[in-house]
Design a protein around this ligand. Structure first.
Ligand code: ZN
Length: 277
């Protein structure tokens, strides 16, 4: 029997999500010799264009934005040491309520079974031991993130061969800290209104519900550099303003909730591969 390398697959919605949410684990496990696979579901065409032109504004060309972001994604993968990049190339669906949600080819409009069937082929090809994606709310409600969760969970069910499955999350204690740093570095960032604040308070999980805390502080520089590769996107600039040290302090531990497990590894755990090596 040919020995297969331990494999981590991360399923993300847009170019740059790999850096923000899982840049630390991707860099750390790649450095440990684990095979890393990134699946990016959309082309990111609803992101900011060159010069910061916003979607819907004159001069915003989704195809050009997608092409730029594909290059940024490749640069980010290089920084993180990601071994395999798989692009599903669905059209970015934009934020909830945008017309792009229902545009032809949008990821959000794609039937779950269709996206799941394509992802299932990749699961069969790479046979990952660990799969990471978003929670059912897509972390903060973005339709493409929700859809990434749906196709991933459906594909995992179709194939039924992945020992450990995780959803990215953030501890509520950190969200509070995050709010403080936003105010410090956010510049024009304003205090959210009560409805927004309530929605923000729903993001992440109470600390005691988090099953998996992975220390990636040694890879804070890589994560920062990967995000810097996506500097065309306005929301990343806020992180980059922090500088590496503060960024690593805030973003150096990546947290997950384990939703599927055949290893019986005790939780809380500090390694996505606990029980597998
Ligand atoms: Zn995203």
């Amino acid at each position: 029997m040919v020995e297969r390398p331990l494999t981590l697959m991360a399923v993300h919605a847009h170019p740059d999500d790999e850096a923000t949410g899982t840049g630390g684990v991707l860099a750390r496990y790649a450095a440990e010799g684990i095979r890393t696979v990134l699946v990016t579901c959309t082309d990111g065409g609803c992101g900011d264009g060159p010069g910061g032109v916003k979607p819907g504004d004159p001069g915003h060309d989704p195809a050009a934005v997608a092409a730029m972001r594909r290059e940024e994604l490749r640069a980010s993968c290089e920084v993180l040491g990601i071994g395999h990049l798989e692009l599903l190339e669905y059209a970015d669906s934009g934020m909830m309520g945008w017309a792009a949600n229902d545009a032809p080819g949008s990821f959000w409009r794609t039937p779950v079974e269709e996206g799941a069937a394509r992802l299932a082929e990749l699961l069969k090809q790479y046979k990952p031991d660990v799969v990471v994606t978003y929670d059912e709310n897509g972390f903060y409600g973005h339709p493409d993130h929700i859809q990434a969760n749906r196709i991933t969970m459906a594909a995992l069910e179709m194939t039924g061969m992945t020992p450990k499955v995780y959803w990215t999350t953030a501890p509520r204690s950190q969200m509070q800290r995050f709010g403080e740093v936003m105010r410090e570095f956010g510049g024009d960032w304003e205090e959210p209104d009560p409805a927004e604040a309530a929605a923000l308070a729903e993001i992440g999980l109470p600390d005691e519900e988090i099953t998996t805390w992975v220390d990636t502080t040694a890879f804070g520089d890589r994560k920062f550099d990967a995000l810097a590769a996506h500097a065309s996107q306005g929301e990343n600039i806020f992180f980059l303003k922090m500088g590496k040290e503060r960024f690593t302090e805030l973003m150096g531990t990546e947290t997950f909730v384990r939703v599927q497990d055949t290893t019986g590894a005790a939780v809380p755990e500090n390694d996505l591969f606990a029980g597998l090596r």
